[in-house]
Ligand binder design. Structure first.
Ligand code: 5AD
Ligand code: SF4
Length: 449
């Protein structure tokens, strides 16, 4: 079999990162080897995201560049997968005739056959079938002899929540969960190859297994945490409405579960939350956090926020600012609301002007940086356990990097000895010398001072 090269460009969430790894495995039997330089490729795949307009534009701008490449090399196969492919389907072929294959979010089980057929007949093909029952088809990504310290594992797909601004339920379909035995085996295989931290992924991990009558999410966490050699477990994303007492108990009982939760609140105003169809109030949200803090008083929280949802007033937005202050998030991903096809909010009245959205976003980010800086300052003088994930050679010798359990980035140097081998993949105590706005700087003393 001829060796061929595949280049995959991944946009969007962690789930897409996982899927792109899976594509590599699926295409390997056809002779495709992953490459890092697009010009070397025989097959280019763009794995896309459509959750916000900006992400969609990024996909089309990359595809635009493929036109020139294809002119130079007419044999090149150009494929688009993921959420934009699901959303736009055959329209992509009309708009960009140099694209050959369009495959949606539930077509990865058929990707190999699609590429194989195209190599043979060169007939463009679109597959945006919303097949169910695909959870069993997710294959463990191709594992190199050694893998990164921190890896993702998808545990479920799709979403049944229909938040009014969100396109995900339309492009990713209904929720489906993978078999827990398969997940546990996959995590074990990753740990055997060097992974020390696993992030379990799903659009709404709290409803894992419910539909299928599999074990529930806290039980899955318990099973994963029993894997020897695994040091840390994270997960994303968790819907506040489904944050159960069982999950709180998991935080109480499982030391490997990191002291951090990403819990998107989206808005601090009950009126806006209602229109967003989030099914919780600000008070519910605060109550859930209080439960978590009972078992993990210093748990760090991060969140997603949308500013400028249709009808959002300055008063509503101020409630978001107040909530941010009250909770003291360690990190915020804030977005300007954008209309998405099919999402009901696209038809809501009282759209907020772009200028107001920008102003609110800036305000939120200023507040966030301030809170984050203040929190980071408090770390100075403390010793934090850091999972080391990399090394850079700086002017003053090697600089190691890693993260605290709370997910803060730490850059540190080593004193008191010479590191033999690598620290990557180990937990080391780092004395924090300085808290910077977005990271911490410290030192690991090998003599233990
Ligand atoms: N406009 C802006 N932000 C959005 N998000 C989802 N849909 C939209 C939209 N239409 C944000 C939410 C979600 C994150 C992944 O993207 O905050 O949690
Ligand atoms: Fe979108 Fe809401 Fe589902 Fe998250 S929970 S993917 S925001 S519909």
């Amino acid at each position: 079999m001829n060796k061929k090269c595949v280049f995959i460009y991944t946009i969007g969430c962690q789930m897409n990162v996982y899927d792109s790894e899976m594509f590599k495995k699926v295409l390997n039997p056809l002779g495709y080897i992953p490459v890092e330089v697009v010009e070397d490729a025989d097959l280019v795949i763009v794995n896309t995201c459509t959750v916000r307009k900006k992400a969609e534009e990024k996909a089309f701008s990359f595809l635009g560049r493929m036109r020139a490449l294809k002119k130079k090399n007419p044999e090149l196969i150009v494929a688009i997968g993921g959420c934009v492919a699901q959303q736009e389907g055959a329209a992509i072929l009309r708009r960009m005739p140099y694209v050959d294959l369009v495959f949606g979010t539930r077509a990865y089980g058929r990707l190999k056959a699609m590429v194989e057929k195209f190599e043979y007949d060169r007939i463009p093909h679109v597959d945006v079938e919303m097949t169910m029952g695909i959870a069993g088809e997710i294959v463990t990504p191709e594992l190199d002899a050694e893998v990164e310290v921190s890896r993702f594992v998808t545990i479920m797909r799709g979403c049944d929540n229909f938040c009014s601004y969100c396109i995900v339920p339309y492009v990713r379909g209904r929720e489906e969960s993978r078999d827990p035995d398969v997940i546990v085996d996959e995590v074990r295989a990753l740990v055997e190859r060097g992974a020390r931290e696993i992030t379990l992924l799903g659009q709404n991990v709290n409803s894992y297994g419910k539909k299928e009558g599999l074990c529930d999410f806290p039980e899955l966490l318990r099973r994963v945490s029993e894997i020897d050699g695994l040091l840390r477990i994270r997960f994303a994303t968790s819907h506040p409405k489904d944050l159960s007492p069982g999950l709180v108990a998991a935080y109480r009982d499982l030391p490997k579960l990191c002291n951090h939760i990403h819990l998107p609140v989206q808005s601090g105003s009950n009126a806006v939350l209602k229109k967003m169809n989030r099914k919780y109030t600000r008070e519910d949200y605060m109550e859930r956090i209080a439960r978590l803090r009972e078992v993990r008083p210093d748990i760090s929280l991060s969140s997603d926020m949308i500013v400028g949802f249709p009808g959002e007033t300055d008063a509503d937005f101020n409630e978001t600012l107040e909530l941010v202050q009250e909770v003291g998030f360690s990190g915020i991903f804030a977005f300007k609301y954008s209309d998405r096809p099919n999402a009901p909010a696209a038809n809501y009245e009282d759209k907020v002007s772009d200028e107001d959205k920008r102003r609110r976003l800036d305000k939120l980010l200023v507040l966030e940086t301030e809170i984050s800086r203040t929190k980071n300052l408090l770390y100075a003088g403390k010793t934090e356990e850091v999972l080391v994930d990399g090394k850079k050679d700086g002017k003053e010798g090697p600089q190691w990097t890693g993260r605290t359990a709370c997910n803060r980035v730490v850059n540190f140097t080593v004193t008191g000895g010479v590191v033999e081998g690598s620290l990557v993949g180990t937990l080391v105590p780092v004395y924090i010398e300085e808290g910077l706005p977005h990271s911490l700087r410290g030192v690991f003393d090998m003599k233990g001072h």
